[in-house]
Write a protein that binds this ligand. Structure first.
Ligand code: HH2
Length: 269
């Protein structure tokens, strides 16, 4: 069955939950609640990567995440660290993280040296400029080629556990995001385990706008999140990354009984 990764943003400015989990006690409590709700990985991040965001200094990112990783270690099945910085990845692994969730897809050597798992996400450029790079000849083919090349480099360097992630919303238009989801079978067909993160993202707010025609607010994107993560699970994603763990775990249990349509294995009803 697909595993659920719960998002724990220890940031003041993340696009949907900025400022909610800045105090380490609140962050740890929320992390433990997500574990109780069925998350098998808690993804701790100290830097927002929303479009246009600026990098956070290394010391500040460390100050935000380390107390949380240290206190969750041993209490969550797995902890991943959502970072683009080598030093932050190393420190988080030393504190108990077992996966480096790398939106820059550049830190595979750190994963190889530390023995951590590694998520390679597709993003053209950096968060500050990525929406200017939302131009592709063939978005599915280009994203797949990029990710497979990175995964092969990581495997050659000795990384044992690797996931590829299309980077929904990272340097992509709503159409690009939908094409990547529609053709998720191409990513899954590479044989590399796939991670998908659609949770609360802007394209969901545009697809189901508010009554006044403006995109629905992040807090009103739960249905779109569950619909797209269920789609990803049924199409064979190994991990889905979400803020709302309980409804996603419910959907995952249902999705596990609907494998025939996707040709995947599942429990018998
Ligand atoms: N999306 C976000 C952050 N990290 N990591 C992976 N592997 N895949 C994703 O799709 C992904 C990610 C953005 O979501 P969020 O953490 O809620 O927002 P912010 O970057 O503003 O903190």
């Amino acid at each position: 069955m697909t595993r659920v990764m719960g998002v724990l943003n220890v940031t003041p400015d993340s696009f949907s939950d900025g400022g909610r989990w800045m105090a380490p006690e609140a962050a740890v409590r929320h992390g433990l609640q997500m574990v109780a709700d069925g998350a098998e990985i808690i993804d701790v991040g100290g830097e927002s990567t929303r479009p246009g965001s600026r990098p956070v200094p290394e010391e500040e990112e460390l100050r935000r995440i380390l107390p949380v990783v240290e206190r969750l270690a041993g209490q969550a099945p797995e902890i991943s660290v959502d970072t683009r910085k080598e030093a932050v990845a190393r420190a988080a692994v030393a504190a108990g993280a077992t996966i480096i969730n790398d939106v820059s897809a550049t830190l595979w050597r750190v994963a190889a040296e530390t023995g951590a798992g590694w998520v390679a996400m597709h993003m053209p450029g950096d968060p500050e400029s990525m929406q200017q790079h939302a131009h592709y000849r063939d978005v599915v083919g280009q994203v797949v080629d990029h990710l497979v090349a990175r995964a092969e480099a990581a495997r050659a360097a000795g990384v044992a556990r690797i996931w590829i992630d299309p980077g929904i919303g990272f340097g992509k238009t709503a159409r690009h995001n939908l094409l990547l989801l529609r053709h998720l079978d191409v990513l899954v067909g590479t044989g590399w385990p796939v991670l998908v993160g659609t949770s609360r993202k802007t394209f969901l707010g545009r697809l189901a706008p508010s009554p006044d025609g403006t995109p629905a607010a992040p807090s009103d994107r739960l249905e779109g999140t569950v619909a797209t993560t269920t789609w990803a699970m049924v199409r064979g994603a190994d991990v889905v990354r979400v803020h709302d763990v309980a409804p996603t775990v419910h959907a995952a249990r249902l999705g596990a009984f609907l494998p025939a349509a996707a040709g995947a294995k599942g429990p018998s009803a």
